[in-house]
Every structure is written in structure tokens, then in C-alpha cells.
Write a protein that binds this ligand. Structure first.
Ligand code: WQD
Length: 322
């Protein structure tokens, strides 16, 4: 939607492993017209990619296709390396063959490992504490080497912090399959009664109240950040890495309080042990996103909670029919 609103004509390729084709009809309802063109397929299918580039005048690619649950990556590393790393290699090779050399890549704040300081700037040392983070770091390094070998590539590496929320219409949002790994969808399911209570993963971290601190960013701000990054990549040759966050941290208990304030619902929770792989705090230094892209997040935690709640209430079964 953000791309169309900015005058681009998106063509979507999705294998719907973590989404549903029903989102297309929702996009049409929001946009008041026809749904964006979408092809069901896998980024690892080189023949399909070659055909898409041959049949369409593609100016740039935004590469979101990847698995993203840290816990799952520990138990299924091969699936993460195949989807995230192999998928990126196949895509980059197909782009090179087609002469399409502008790419915006969905990276992650997990490439900072356990940051030495927060807020964390893009110049911070890179490392990874789990297979998911290692896949993101590997793809970043592959793209750095590619652009170094062929400076005609224009590449943007977008390091997402914690994307949450939903479109304000309540028509599109995230519906994790099975038990949610992430905090916001889990809290939302407790609020609506799908889950009994939240387990807070540790309250003995060196943070404001002992619980994990993260930089939650509204998914619509994230989308607008992609448009700004795409415009920059199309206008200026080279490679850049930029944080997409708000620069504001919130602890787990602060998220619970904000969600209760936004919904009027009580969130039952218990304190459990730390979750392996978690870092105490992860907050973006947002200066470069502002100076390089002219972009800043606009939406606060209360709106993230309110929009998440509206989506949850209107779609208790996600995109599946009730
Ligand atoms: C947030 C906080 C947990 C669940 C995620 C994605 C990763 C990346 C960044 C994009 C932590 C606590 C959580 C629960 C809890 N996204 N928590 N109880 O781990 O920061 O990473 O966002 O690249 O793909 O995994 O997010 O929402 O899982 O956890 O206490 O049931 O909430 O310990 O402090 P995380 P999260």
C-alpha cells in the first residue's frame, strides 16, 4: 500500500508460508480499487524469477522473503539457511542476470548481537547469537561483497527493530500460525481470551524493571521507511545500512501496561525464566535514518497497541474464515 501510495507499481511474489492470499482482497478494500498483482511462488525458484524478470519491467526489488522466529531458527537451522540465505543467493543471481541491480533487503537488529550500548548506531560491531541472526548477517555480507565487486548495484540494508501493530482499518495484520513467538501477538491473544496468560521471559535483566527492553516500531512506519529507502537506492548508487526503529525502548511490563491502557483489558501474566538467545535491551539509534532517508517513525506504543487490538478483535482467526 505504501509503495502504491508513493506512485510505485508493486508486483508481489509470496509463497504464503507465513501469510495468506486473502490479504490481497483486503488490500483492494483498503485501497478502494484493485488488489496489487501477486504471484504465488518461492524466491528459491530460479526459473520462476527469470520468467518474472523477463515478463515485467522490474526497476527494483524489496526482499522480505524469509523466516523470522528466533526460537524456530535454533530448532530448524537448515530451513532458515535454505530460506533466508539460499533464497537471497538465488534472487541476487536472477537479478544480476536480468540486469536489475537495485535491491532493498529486510535485515534485522539481531545483527547487532548483544549490543555494547543502546541506542545502537549502524556502526556498532556486528555479530549474531542465533541461526536467524546469522542468516541476516550472512546475507548482509554477501550483498556487501556483491556491491563491492560490481558498484553498479544499489543496495539498502534495513535493520528492523521490533515491528508490531496492524493497519488502522483492522483489515490487515499479523496472524502467527500456532503459538506466537513474539510478545505483541501473544499479549493480544491473552487480551482476547485465546491464551490464558503471558509468561514474561525473565525479570532479572539490567533494565528499568528487570524485563527485556525492545524498540517497537509500528508496521506502517516500517512500510514508509521502505519507501524512503527505495527512493534513496534508486537515486544514489552504492550501499547503505540503516536502522528502522523509533529510538524509544519499552520493557515487557511497559508493553503490558500500554496494551491494558489501549484496550481496557487486564493482561494476566507470570514471571518465567529468561529465554535463551534473548538480549537485555535492543533500541535503535535513529539519526542516520533521519539524515540519510529523511524518515522518522511517527506512531507511538499506544497506537501500536490500539491497532493490534482492532485487528485481533476483527480477525480472531486471522485471514481464515470464522
Ligand atoms: C520481545 C521481548 C522477550 C514473548 C523479534 C523477532 C526477530 C526480529 C526482532 C525482525 C523480549 C519478551 C516475548 C513472550 C516475553 N524481528 N517476551 N514473553 O525476540 O526481540 O525478536 O523481533 O527482524 O525476528 O524474533 O521479539 O517479541 O519475541 O520478544 O516475555 O511470550 O518480549 O523476552 O524481551 P525479539 P519478541
Amino acid at each position: 500500500m505504501a509503495l502504491a501510495a508513493a506512485g510505485f507499481e508493486p508486483l508481489i511474489l509470496d509463497n504464503y508460508a507465513n501469510s495468506s492470499p486473502r490479504v490481497l482482497e483486503r488490500l483492494a478494500r483498503i485501497g478502494g480499487g484493485r488488489a496489487p498483482r501477486a504471484i504465488q511462488g518461492d524466491v528459491r525458484d530460479r526459473a520462476l524469477l527469470d520468467r518474472l524478470f523477463a515478463e515485467n519491467s522490474v526497476k527494483a526489488v524489496i526482499h522480505f522473503a524469509g523466516l523470522k522466529a528466533v526460537g524456530d531458527s535454533v530448532s530448524q537451522p537448515l530451513s532458515y539457511y535454505d530460506n533466508n540465505v539460499n533464497g537471497s543467493l538465488v534472487l541476487a543471481a536472477a537479478m544480476q542476470a536480468a540486469g536489475v541491480k537495485t535491491l532493498v533487503f529486510s535485515s534485522s537488529a539481531t545483527v547487532y548481537g548483544e549490543p555494547e550500548r543502546t541506542p545502537t548506531p549502524e556502526t556498532a560491531p556486528l555479530s549474531a547469537t542465533n541461526p536467524y541472526g546469522r542468516t541476516k548477517l550472512m546475507v548482509e555480507q554477501i550483498l556487501v561483497d556483491l556491491q563491492h565487486a560490481d558498484p553498479s548495484w544499489n543496495i539498502g540494508l534495513l535493520r528492523y527493530f521490533n515491528p508490531v501493530g496492524a493497519h488502522q482499518s483492522g483489515l490487515i495484520g499479523e496472524h502467527p500460525k500456532g503459538k506466537p513467538n513474539n510478545l505483541m501477538p501473544f499479549v493480544s491473544q491473552v487480551a482476547v481470551g485465546v491464551r490464558e496468560r503471558l509468561t514474561v521471559h525473565g525479570n532479572d535483566y539490567p533494565t528499568v524493571d528487570g524485563t527485556g527492553v525492545r524498540d517497537y516500531i509500528h508496521v506502517l512506519d516500517l512500510a514508509e521507511g521502505h519507501v524512503a529507502a527505495l527512493r534513496h537506492a534508486l537515486a544514489r548508487p552504492g550501499l547503505f545500512a540503516v536502522n528502522l526503529g523509533t529510538g524509544q525502548g519499552a520493557s515487557v511490563l511497559e508493553v503490558i501496561t500500554a496494551f491494558e491502557r489501549a484496550t481496557g483489558k487486564k493482561i494476566a501474566y507470570e514471571i518465567g525464566p529468561r529465554r535463551p538467545g534473548d538480549v537485555p535491551a535492543s533500541v535503535a539509534d535513529t539519526a542516520l535514518a533521519g539524515s540519510l532517508l529523511g524518515w522518522r517513525a511517527q506512531r507511538g506504543l499506544d497506537q501500536m497497541c490500539a491497532d493490534s487490538w482492532r485487528w485481533q478483535c476483527a480477525n480472531p482467526n486471522g485471514y481464515d474464515e470464522p
